[in-house]
Design a protein around this ligand. Structure first.
Ligand code: AHR
Length: 327
């Protein structure tokens, strides 16, 4: 049986609902009422993928269950919207700010403003590349380099003893984001020792199904022989499958496909033989986040890095996991 476990222990649950209300600053913002509960301002990346939808639900459900008053803003994949949301949370004097940074760079100024206002910040899912580690209390999320390495290890094993060249196309995540940078470097590190592996095209598909499809169409037109697609998430892989089928090829057979995430739709495609291997990235960060919010609000020390434990899936494992897959 496949278990999804987080490395830190989840805190006890306080049963109080979190109310949602509107607040406009260029983001889609909703927030809680001021009733003496801990107020958390959360700036989400957007709604670009099935993973993100599950992550948002996990955060909203966990806030309600933990009695945390959540102010939630969807930045629509724009850093400027996230900065506006964080400034708005500072102005509203929330107790804690958490966010999943759309890109890695450019956060120091706004994080210094939060620090000056004595509002603790928690990073979830994605990292920032700031040298000043005092700008945030902790970072919970996956190791994206390891995810890329797992994808590379599978490919190396799959082609063990077979001759090349193995022509690979790569659909990268949002340019400048931690998962795009790290999944690329981890994967490339694992395949570089064997010159038969050739990345013949690599381009962003912005973590969306529509862009994954469009970029794959262009890859197919420009490259008559593609052996492998490595997509940085399931959604781009699923979009690419549509493009591959429209081009008269069989995904999973004519072109082997590796993706990251393991959301239900991706797992179904893996079970159907259209994807060959999925590296899991868990979106269920909400319970741990609420635990950390309570701790940092109480002034307790927390671990600076909390890693999410994750697995990988073959076709058989996907078939076994699908009936109980929650997202
Ligand atoms: O940061 C996590 C990544 O962001 C997920 O893998 C992807 O699906 C999402 O958009």
């Amino acid at each position: 049986m496949i278990l999804h476990r987080m490395s830190a222990v989840v805190a006890g649950v306080v049963l109080l609902g979190g109310a949602m209300a509107g607040c406009g600053n260029g983001n889609q913002v909703s927030g809680g009422t001021d009733d003496g509960k801990i107020t958390l301002g959360f700036s989400q990346v957007g709604a670009e993928s099935g993973w993100r939808t599950a992550n948002t639900k996990s955060i909203q459900d966990s806030a309600a269950a933990a009695g945390v008053d959540l102010k939630f803003a969807d930045a629509q994949q724009k850093q400027e919207n996230q900065i506006k949301a964080i400034r708005s949370y500072i102005a509203q004097k929330v107790d804690v700010i958490a966010f999943s940074p759309v890109v890695e760079t450019g956060w120091d100024a706004v994080l210094q403003e939060a620090k000056a206002a004595n509002i603790p910040v928690i990073l979830t899912d994605r990292a920032v590349d700031s040298q000043d580690k005092t700008l945030y209390k902790t970072f919970i999320g996956s190791d994206f380099v390891v995810e890329g390495q797992k994808a590379g290890d599978w490919l190396v094993k799959e082609y063990e003893g077979k001759s090349g060249p193995v022509n690979i196309v790569q659909l990268e995540g949002t340019t400048g984001s931690a998962p795009a940078n790290d999944r690329k470097s981890g994967f490339e590190e694992k395949i570089k020792a064997d010159p038969k592996f050739k990345i013949i095209a690599s381009q962003t598909g912005k973590f969306t199904r529509a862009d994954g499809k469009e970029v794959m169409e262009a890859f197919l037109k420009a490259n008559p022989k593609i052996d492998v697609l490595y997509a940085h998430n399931d959604d781009m892989g699923l979009g690419a499958i549509e493009a591959i089928e429209a081009a008269g090829k069989k995904p999973g057979t004519d072109i082997k496909i590796i993706t990251v995430d393991a959301v239900k739709d991706g797992m179904q495609a893996l079970a159907d033989g259209k994807i060959n291997y999925i590296v899991e990235c868990s979106p269920l960060l909400g319970p741990q986040l609420m635990d950390l919010v309570k701790k940092v609000k109480a002034g307790e020390q927390v671990e600076p890095r909390i890693l999410t434990e994750e697995t990988t899936f073959t076709r058989e494992q996907a078939k076994e996991a699908l009936p109980t897959r929650k997202y």
